[in-house]
Write a protein that binds this ligand. Structure first.
Ligand SMILES: *Cc1c(COP(=O)(O)O)cnc(C)c1O
Length: 483
């Protein structure tokens, strides 16, 4: 499979190069040049276990040997605490696809466990160390840290908005004390963190000097790993209900997870509709309702991992929406950077996309949904999942079963659970164990230069340390001179 940039400025790249590139060198995002049609394989795929299904899907998009990919997948999903990796469970009128059985209890593990193993495989022995750089609204950071901690020849730098992630999310990151893990708390919003990361990647000399790698959902490998569970979840709901098509509700911020659903649908997964569910930060809902994509101020909500007003993966969808014209994408994204507003419908007029329905879910409805699912159906869901479930309940009733992506374990968001049901019902032993552990992080101003300098300092400091250690060893190894 060959990959192209949404802005048309790079020669087609293979999978490994696309993954290593992360953000395309022309500032665009990478996309496969076409989506394979898998409709004639669906029947055979329905009986596959998760890692086997992942293997078949990923082979269509990668240039890795089958045995290598199989081994990477076995190791990546062997650490999940449920044998089916992403189990589907009923919740009253809905189905939940539980994506939180990985090490950090959020769906980001599904991609980042795989990416950690993939990068290790792609890294030639004795190559200069690579530096993974990620911005997080909470969950990507800990998943990236757990995907890369302790790996040789790799450092991971994670930017989170200082004081704006949940206390549990913060502890999941800052209690990891491995030497190759650096938590940078930025005095700003998640959008600031994301734009700093983007700026550093766009600084090509900096990017090359430090061998920077992206693991945000701008990296195609993340979306590819997520495509798998759409097929897996839809198959389970079809088995349970006998339905021929399934509707999927996706709580979203960066349009990453739901773009993976779009890819699955383009490949022929029996998805009837994708429900784009947002919290009060509703740029995506406004776009699907009005055709205008316009940035507003970010506000803090019960679902912090979706407190985003600039959805980094929207550009991938925009590319398809304007008929695959890279020049138009480039022009529109430049206009968005300048004015915070674009109207893609002016270049590709026509009816909206029937695959999508977008719904905004506010605080009160989120809390009600948590309470109702718990009291009536015995399912405790986290506030992100609740946003998707609330949207799904509005789109339910015409006989098509609805699958809601359950993106995090409720124990990650204990305060929201307390607010909803009045007591502290959400626990997980791995979360409880974080209390009182030592932590490490650095606070930095929201400015790309400060972050760039900080990365440079750590890399230099480690090099000097290694050289000093080598020099010390050499000295010690020299036989004592006779007196
Ligand atoms: C990241 C995240 C989301 C949003 O995913 P996007 O890919 O940004 O749309 C939703 N829920 C949880 C728990 C998350 O961590």
């Amino acid at each position: 499979m060959r990959y192209i940039s949404t802005r048309g400025g790079i020669p087609p790249a293979g999978f490994s190069d696309a993954v290593k590139m992360g953000l395309a060198r022309d500032g665009g995002l990478l996309l496969p040049f076409r989506y394979p049609d898998v409709r004639d394989r669906l029947a055979a795929w329905r009986s596959l276990a998760y890692p086997e299904l992942a293997l078949e899907i990923m082979l269509l998009f990668t240039d890795l040997p089958r045995a290598v990919l199989q081994d990477l997948l076995r190791r990546s999903y062997g650490v999940f605490d449920d044998a089916s990796v992403t189990p589907v469970v009923p919740a009253g009128p809905l189905f939940l696809l539980e994506l939180f059985h990985g090490p950090t209890l959020a769906f980001k593990d599904i991609a980042l466990q795989f990416i950690g193993n993939l990068f290790e495989y792609l890294q030639p022995p004795n190559a200069p160390a690579l530096n993974v750089l990620a911005a997080t609204s909470g969950d990507t950071g800990s998943a990236a840290i757990h995907g890369f901690r302790g790996r040789r020849g790799m450092r991971v730098f994670v930017l989170h908005p200082h004081g704006k992630v949940s206390p549990v999310q913060e502890r999941q990151m800052t209690t990891v004390l491995d030497e190759n893990v650096f938590n940078l708390a930025v005095e700003g919003t998640f959008d600031d963190c994301q734009s700093i990361v983007k700026r550093l990647f766009e600084d090509l000399p900096f990017r090359d000097r430090y061998n920077l790698k992206a693991v945000n959902s701008i990296n195609w490998a993340r979306l590819l790993a997520q495509v798998v569970y759409y097929f897996y979840g839809v198959f389970r709901v079809m088995e349970a209900t006998g339905a021929g098509r399934v509707r999927v509700s996706v709580p979203t911020g960066n349009f990453g997870d739901v773009f993976a659903g779009y890819v699955a649908a383009r490949m022929g997964a029996p998805i009837d509709r994708l429900i784009v569910a947002t919290n009060e930060n509703d740029i995506l809902v406004r776009f699907f309702e009005t055709g205008i994509y316009e940035r507003r101020r970010v506000c803090s909500t019960l679902s912090p991992s979706m407190d985003i007003q600039v959805a980094s993966n929207f550009e991938r969808y925009l590319y398809h929406r304007v008929g695959g014209c890279a020049q138009t994408v480039k022009r529109l994204m430049q206009a968005f950077a300048a004015d915070g507003r674009i109207v893609p419908e002016t270049v590709a007029p026509g009816p909206g996309d029937p695959l999508f329905r977008a719904r905004r879910v506010q605080r009160a409805e989120t809390l009600d949904t948590i309470r109702n699912l718990y009291e009536r159906h015995g399912r405790l869901v986290d506030p992100h999942t609740a946003v998707g479930a609330a949207a799904a309940l509005r789109e339910n009733g015409d006989g098509v079963p609805v699958l809601c992506l359950a993106t995090a374990h409720p124990a990650k968001f204990g305060e929201a659970i307390r607010a909803a049901i009045g007591r502290d019902a959400a626990h997980h032993p791995r979360i409880d164990a974080l209390q009182g552990l030592p932590t490490r992080m650095e606070v930095l101003p929201a400015c790309a230069k400060a972050v760039g300098d900080c990365i440079g300092r750590h890399v230099r400091c480690e090099k000097e340390g290694a050289e000093a250690a080598r020099a010390g060893r050499n000295k010690a190894a020299r036989p004592p001179r006779p007196a």
